[in-house]
Ligand binder design. Sequence first.
Ligand SMILES: [Zn+2]
Length: 140
Amino acid sequence: MFRTAIPVGRWAGIAVRVHWSVLIVLFLITDLLASAVLPLAAPGASAGWYWVTGGLTAVGFLASLLLHELSHAAVARRHGVGVKKITLWMLGGAAELKDEPSTPRADFQIAVAVSPLISPRRALRGAAARARAAVPPRAP
Ligand SMILES: [Zn+2]
């Protein structure tokens, strides 16, 4: 799966890889934010501010996605299931397990019970941080 993914590091022995298609998502999120969302949400800022903010938000999205996959891996390990690698790609991420979970309960917890809760929590933290952020600089 994802043979053309590029290794970008390891977390607790788990290889983390990024497929080239992630660049498409990075561009789409950045472009959408910079050209449509941010000019409406924060009018009067410079185009450069919109693009930098859009790009940083897109990178934050990918970091959140990686955290989500790492949480799947952490729960899998807690249940004694090894994790081969994590790959981020255009439509999300994938944590590839070495074995099947030993029980349906473990399978459920790895897939559903804990990991998806990470994303809404992160989203709320991000929204709170954004609300506290200073007003964007005005274009001269
Ligand atoms: Zn998931």
